[in-house]
Design a protein around this ligand. Sequence first.
Ligand code: 5GP
Ligand code: ZN
Length: 139
Amino acid sequence: MGYWRWNKQSNDAEYRRETLDNCIFCKIVAGAIPSKKVFEDEDLIVFHDINPAAPMHLLMVPREHIATLADSDNRHQALLGKMLLIAPKLAKEHGGGYQNGADGPTGGFKTLINTGPDGGQEVYHLHLHLMGGPRPWRG
Ligand code: 5GP
Ligand code: ZN
């Protein structure tokens, strides 16, 4: 059975065991696989993408295993809001800051969530890509 099937939003022990055994981002959240972490709190962790598509390429990952954005529900409203609100601050700290100065806007970043096969999702644990830095880059 593929780990993308485990989309139920519960906290029972079996579900946690299944995702921990099979989901690469659950393993990173648990510290079982190393990552270059730049931020963490009680809800999410942020680390460098292993195959960066831009000078700055961070992944924001909820601690909870939510398979895709389409599997989120009202319980996740605050979490999803936090992820977007934290993005500009993290971008600023990691070379992707946006400024709107007297001469117009400079810098900037891209926020991206891929969902499902047609959305280009490869890891079935919800994550937000935060990409930026001087162009050109492929993202
Ligand atoms: P998706 O295509 O699912 O939106 O993005 C998955 C991202 O996770 C890709 O950009 C890929 O480079 C990254 N990734 C996959 N495995 C690992 C890993 O073990 N460590 C880190 N840091 N990033 C990973
Ligand atoms: Zn997971």
